[in-house]
Ligand binder design. Structure first.
Ligand code: ARG
Length: 485
């Protein structure tokens, strides 16, 4: 393409033809390169943040006398129309215009002329995109906080119904000691609470304004960056322009927090899957979260927890992708950073869907007729109890009982091992051995031993802060309830 006056694009064409960056370019992009370099079909989801950032920038430009009040009014009017067009689906997104920023700016110029062209004064797409991602992510973090609260609430509600339900606690997936099912669920509440705290902490570093860094070195216009930050509800202004436009550590941090949260979901999924298997039969989840088999008519498969476990790998993969994306980049902005979006968006989508579906699968859904939640997990307390009774879960309690009678713990441990061996030979639980047989192991054993050997006795004895005694569990439920509503 020559640069003679005759071949120059008209004013109107310029507004829609990003392939003609400037007079400097002598040939257009091939379709393949256009597709390869464009991001509009995924970054258009940040359109609201883009408009919000542009309006805050324009308002400040006008207040500083860099553009006229009439320009600002035109920009505001144009952006209102663009908002309407995007919301109604009438907006035409163009691959030629590369990304969400150029698409919106070009349409603005088409609508309001020169005022639209003035919007980009003192700004670059480099600080613009960094601002947009941060604004968008901040909104998503706030939604995720809400979903994490709902999931915790579901777990607390099921816990409330199951304080006295006893199942075997495991170490190495071998029966260890009996625990309250509520206590088990509350362990996940603690994990999700930390996940929520982590998200809030990440939010502080997300909510910082890079706009005003311009392309990389700052700008010659007298911008009021603090004013823009205030308009956008951001906590701070970035302090170094090179850093502001280039680092995506905030996205990496978010994805790390999301990965940990998914790891917690995945652990819970693993338990739900085990508990649902016929060999355990501890719980059932509602049919709408399961699928059948095309060949085995008796099957109900726990697809949702399995998929959540699988999707955890996907989110952890995004963390690896983002952290690797950053590692080789010299200052300042590089196009590599356009690759931050798809992993980040998919992380947010996956996490939100997962949290929403888990809150419902565990706690159920409100039935509008009764105003009560229905359809959460169903607990089979009898199967849990039978499993707890099977594996000598109260052996430690017998050892503790002997210690209280004056035996050193190591000796008590050994004595109980002999008692368990005898019970195993007879195919009975420790509590089913006659008193006389127990006394043969240690003469200090008295009839009150059976209280210690019972599942309830075992739980009640663990009445220290954080322990599984129902009294402790009830306190934790109350604490969490107060925090979550
Ligand atoms: N679409 C680009 C991105 O996502 C916007 C910034 C482009 N800046 C540039 N100098 N090419 O990062």
């Amino acid at each position: 393409m020559s640069t003679s006056a005759a071949s120059q694009p008209s004013k109107d064409q310029l507004a829609t033809k990003a392939e003609a960056w400037s007079a400097l370019f002598s040939e257009p992009m091939s379709d393949l390169v256009k597709r390869y370099t464009s991001s509009v079909f995924f970054d258009k989801r940040m359109w609201q943040a883009d408009i919000q950032g542009s309006l805050a920038h324009a308002e400040m430009l006008a207040a500083q006398g860099i553009i006229g009040a009439d320009d600002l009014a035109s920009i505001q009017k144009g952006m209102a129309q663009i908002t309407q067009e995007i919301e109604s689906g009438a907006f035409e997104w163009k691959l030629d215009l590369e990304d969400v920023h150029l698409n919106i700016e070009a349409r603005l110029t088409q609508l309001v002329g020169d005022a639209g062209k003035r919007l980009h004064t003192g700004r670059s797409r480099n600080d613009q995109v960094a601002t947009d991602v941060r604004l968008w992510l901040r909104g998503e973090i706030d939604l995720i906080e809400g979903l994490l609260s709902e999931l915790q609430l579901s777990l607390v509600e099921v816990a409330e119904q199951n304080v006295e339900v006893i199942l075997p606690g495991f170490t190495h997936l071998q029966v260890a000691q009996p625990v309250s099912f509520a206590h088990h669920l509350l362990a996940y509440v603690e994990m999700f609470k930390r996940d929520a705290d982590r998200m809030l902490d990440v939010r502080k570093r997300v909510n910082v304004l890079p706009l005003g860094s311009a392309a990389l070195a700052g700008t010659t216009y007298p911008l009021d960056r603090e004013r823009v930050a205030k308009t956008l509800g951001m906590d701070a202004v970035s302090q170094n322009s090179l850093d502001g436009v280039s680092d995506r550590d905030f996205a990496i941090e978010f994805t790390a927090a999301a990965s940990l949260c998914m790891v917690h979901v995945s652990r819970l999924s693993e338990e739900l899957i085990i508990w649902m298997s016929q060999n355990f039969g501890f719980i059932r989840i509602a049919d709408r979260f399961t699928t059948g088999s095309s060949i085995m008519p008796q099957k109900k498969n726990p697809d949702v927890p399995e998929l959540a476990r699988g999707k955890t790998g996907r989110v952890v993969g995004h963390l690896m992708g983002l952290i690797t994306l950053m590692k080789g980049q010299p200052l300042a902005y590089n196009k590599d950073n356009q690759e931050d979006k798809e992993p980040l968006f998919d992380t947010v989508d996956t996490l939100k869907d997962t949290l929403r579906i888990f809150a419902e699968m565990i706690g159920g859904q409100i039935n509008p007729a009764t105003g009560k939640k229905e359809g959460g997990i169903t607990v089979n307390a009898a199967n849990m109890r039978a499993a707890a009774q099977k594996g000598y879960a109260t052996a430690t309690d017998l050892a503790d009982y002997l210690v209280k009678k004056g035996l050193p713990f190591r000796d008590a441990h050994e004595t109980v091992a002999h008692a368990v061996k005898l019970a195993q030979q007879q195919g009975v639980d420790l509590s089913e051995l006659p008193l006389a047989e127990l006394q043969a192991f240690n003469p200090n054993i008295e009839a009150d031993v059976f209280e210690a050997l019972s599942l309830e006795g075992s739980l009640n004895a663990r009445n220290t802060l954080g322990g599984t005694a129902p009294a402790q569990v009830r306190q934790q439920i109350a604490k969490n309830r107060a925090r979550l509503v």
